[in-house]
Design a protein around this ligand. Sequence first.
Ligand code: SF4
Length: 642
Amino acid sequence: MTVLLMTPPMTQLNTPYPATAYLTGFLRSRGYSAVQRDPAIELFLEMMTAQGLDIMRQHVEENFESFEDDQLPEVIYTFLAEFDRYRLCVEPVIRFLQGKDPSLALRIISRRFLPEGPAYNAITEMEAVSGDVLKTAFGDLGVQDKAKYLATLFINDLSAVITQGVDPYFEVSRYGERLAAANPYFDDLYDTLMAEPSFSSEILEQLVELYLEETQPTVVALTVPFPGNMLGALRIAQVCKEINPNLPVVMGGGFINTELRALKDTRLFEFVDFICLDDGERPLLTLLEYLKGEREVDDLVRTYFLAEDETGERYVHLNENTALHDIPQTDVGAPVYDGLPLSDYLSLCEMLNPMHRIWSDGRWNKLTIAHGCYWRKCSFCDVSLDYIDRYDEAGADILVDRIEQLIEETGQTGFHFVDEAAPPKALFALARRLIERGVVISWWGNIRFEKTFTAERCQLLADSGCIAVSGGLEVASDRLLQLMKKGVSVEQVARVTKAFSDSGILVHAYLMYGFPTQTEQETIDALEMVRQMMQQGCFQSAYWHRFAATIHSPIGLNPEDYGITLVERPETQFAENDVDFIDPVKVDHDMLGEGLRKALYNYMHGIGFDQPLSFWFTAPVSRPLVRKNLISKAINSVITSG
Ligand code: SF4
């Protein structure tokens, strides 16, 4: 029995999504033949060829034949006008971004080699505010990084050509996301799957045919980590069924676990046979045993399939089977990466910000320190779901064994710990073990900014190879941080993030606005705190998320405790997650959000700190009521007392 595991388009371009690697390692440890492929990266690479661009141009010309030149979107106009240069440069640029041709850097930085479309306007806009930003960011010697940044803009322009001119569902990190995300009905996805295949889905079809031919699977397993993978997953499943209607196809992953918990639409099962919820190891193992005839259908664990009632009518049945426990972290084994094209991923530099770039730059082996979140209290988080709620850790020695195994297999010493919030005690234990065992790695991951991260402990983490951390400052307001049960205060976050930064560890802060009952004054004050923290060097990078109420979070489950009312929604046939709500506190969060992002973008490039906050907003806003030295005082109180 051979299981073929695949990651549907699109995920990150710089490193494989780890789910298939985990399951491949686990299934092999249980004696199964498991193989994996990454059609997400391979689809992208097929598009980014001279031949791919020829096909893109045909589509663009057909789609825009009735347009005058001056009516074309700028990116389409540049693509057509500079087509020969795009065609000439695309393959060399991909090789450069794969790290296979560093000598091309000097030609790229000449700014005469690559055609420059609207993505490069970002440079002009920054130059208008603070002069030669490329010189400031890269100096005279940062040739490779500068070229990587310019080449990334080239890729961004080509991706925009695909989205705007060829295939509206295609985006670099997601594919048809809006068809799936929190959509109560399956109709949009179904209609798209039944329509003429697009440019990208034709390539995907060819890839899947090739994989089936190469691997001859008896089962196909698809991971769907995000809504932007669902269309790709269903397209792959559709091709598998066209080629072999009897080939069982199973699906699981983060999107399913979060959004498909009330699935009723039977049409999904025209594409797949089984859909598993939550951690995949036990459900998949049980399913394989069932397919081999070793188990009854009632043994399936957290698995949807199509069943028939007494009248012969088909319905979606979820078999829970709580009798079989999940596989503990100690026994899941190490991920295995063979079958994935490790040397073909692209290292991109999307922003002139050292912390921000590590998301898209470099190949990271992905591991978790623990399953679930040790805190599991934040009121906006899906704490009722298994991936947050069930806490289980493997221990430092097992983790270091897995790290060594992964270095041995991949030759890479970069690790991204993908925990929702890595537990501090386990991190400290891991750091000590790494040092004791002389294992040299670079690592980064998500944490909570707890006060246990003192200057000494941050230094310990840095000494063990920690290069960056990210964590939630969220609304940056003590009243709201308490209401959301985040368990941190603004001043504490300032002290902790400063301790990390002083140890040479880069810090990214997750920020939030539009929380229930958040006033305009609180939002402006939050921006002022963020401004002060970034100016003081507490964190180098951040992102403002608009708050969304989700049905699995404490706020979605008990909205009255947070002063809001949920808007009634239709009965779910397919997906459910975000839910609209009515907040009695009326604030123009759209206008504020735009200003927050603008300010942050500038702060992340080290500029705009002296502008009054009102400068960033398109409408008059209140003045901040936060003391100008609040953050410097908070930081200095530790330095003077410690
Ligand atoms: S938001 Fe993060 S820290 Fe809070 S419960 Fe969720 S995973 Fe844990």
